[in-house]
Design a protein around this ligand. Structure first.
Ligand code: SPV
Ligand code: MG
Length: 431
């Protein structure tokens, strides 16, 4: 009997899947791959049910003879181990980036004469509705909030990009790329105090208050599903922080990072060029403890940011503080540096990891941008935040456009550098 293989990346079986199964079954014994969580989040979106539930769901569909786990987006391993005579797939994967997977399947089948069968993809009102319900479910606070913790278990490093409004949130949400045959996307978003202030034309000194920051968060929450880490600046007064963490938790934010500074907060990239004061270990530990006590779920994370290297207080001070904050209950440690190389960050990580093996470590490689994610992983770093890059790329683009229109007394010259609105609105979902 011939072997037929198809793979599903779904949380809900709908008529489109049943159609693929019915077609595939005609060719022989039907083996269905269920994409693992780890693979699913690189290519598609976060699952709303567990892998085991998806496996069970697919196993129970009539016509399915066997289910297997597919651990990679690409089919190399699964095809070489099963050697199916046919791979069956909907014909909706001819466009980039899904075309990368299609090309990979064709290449693997060609090796031994296997055949690809493409079934016309079914898309109707009911299927569109199922898609949008799944997306809405992912955006609900109780699903979104815990996802950062889930990602920490799934990813070698959680990749976070800055977002400062709905549109940049959509870029963080929807950008998928192919590189060396692998698909990839960002895992989460960072709502930076620097960028949230800058796009409002204000300095990064905690002038943009928490209500305004929450407005930005709401705009992003409204149109995305990925988890959000808020840059909480100093966390403000402890008496205020305890209220704010609870509000953030209720909104579905996954984490807040607070830095151990007091007084007028200035951006860390200024370092010691401006006056900045660090909190005492005792007082900052108290803020962490009180914040943790105020929480109502185990999902939300309070991450403590150590500013000792920024303020040139030395490695020992950075380590003392990081150990104390971890002891006080912080759910993660962010270590920041404004050096051009990652050397001091790596030294910190090596020494910190001698004692603290588990607690997540977060870095923001703005000044040492040549560092690669694999180097960060090899030093025990769990979360990388690209903290300001969307704002910094938008600003020169907008300024150049303004300059060109002024110089030319018309808009024709800028057309080649700007995107037609038809392209931009493709990002925007309509209900
Ligand atoms: C931010 O993005 O606002 C940060 C990171 O706090 S940094 O700007 O490097 O201080
Ligand atoms: Mg900040």
């Amino acid at each position: 009997m011939k072997k037929v293989y198809t793979c599903f990346t779904t949380d809900v079986i709908h008529s489109g899947h049943l159609n693929i199964i019915a077609n595939a079954k005609k060719y022989g014994k039907l083996i269905v791959g269920v994409l693992s969580d780890k693979a699913m989040i690189r290519y598609d979106r976060f699952p709303t049910i567990s892998f085991e539930e998806r496996l069970e769901m697919i196993k129970n569909v009539e016509g399915v003879d066997e289910v297997v786990k597919q651990d990679d987006v690409l089919y190399d391993n699964v095809i070489s181990s099963i050697k199916p005579d046919y791979v069956v797939h909907g014909d909706n994967w001819k466009q980039y980036p899904q075309s990368v997977i299609r090309d990979n399947v064709i290449k693997n089948l060609e090796k031994y004469g296997g055949e690809l069968i493409e079934v016309p993809y079914t898309y109707n009102y009911d299927i569109a509705k199922i898609d949008s319900i799944t997306r809405e479910k992912l955006a609900m606070p109780e699903y979104r909030r815990k996802r950062l913790r889930q990602l920490l278990n799934l990813c070698p490093i959680v990749k976070v990009i800055e977002a400062h409004n709905g549109l940049s949130g959509l870029i963080a949400e929807k950008t998928i790329v192919e590189r060396n045959g692998e698909l990839d996307q960002f895992d989460a978003m960072w709502v930076s105090s620097l960028c949230d202030s800058t796009v409002k034309g204000k300095p990064d000194i905690e002038l943009v208050d928490i209500s305004s920051r929450m407005r930005t968060l709401d705009d992003i929450l409204d149109v995305t599903t990925k988890p959000i880490i808020l840059d909480g600046d100093t966390g403000g007064q402890t008496e205020h922080f305890v209220y704010n963490v609870r509000t953030l938790e209720r909104m579905g934010i996954s984490a807040v990072i607070i830095e151990d500074k007091i007084g007028l907060k200035r951006n860390s990239l200024f370092g010691t060029e401006v006056e900045q004061s660090q909190d005492t270990i005792e007082s900052f530990c108290n803020k962490i403890k009180m914040g943790k006590e105020a929480l109502r779920t185990k999902d939300f994370m309070i991450i403590a940011r150590v500013e000792s290297l920024i303020l040139e207080q030395g490695m020992e001070d950075a380590l003392d503080r990081a150990f104390a904050y971890a002891e006080a209950g912080a759910d993660g440690i962010m270590i920041h540096s404004r050096q051009k190389t990652p050397d001091e960050i790596f030294e910190f990580c090596e020494k910190f990891r001698e004692k603290e093996k588990q607690i997540p470590v977060v870095v923001v490689p703005t000044s040492y941008s040549s560092v690669t994610e694999s180097e960060l992983i090899s030093h025990g770093i769990n979360i990388v935040i690209y903290a300001n890059h969307l704002t910094r790329s938008a600003f020169p683009a907008m300024r150049n456009t303004a300059v060109e229109i002024l110089k030319n007394h018309r808009a024709l010259e800028v057309e080649r550098n700007i995107m037609p609105f038809g392209e931009i609105i493709k990002l925007i979902d309509e209900l």
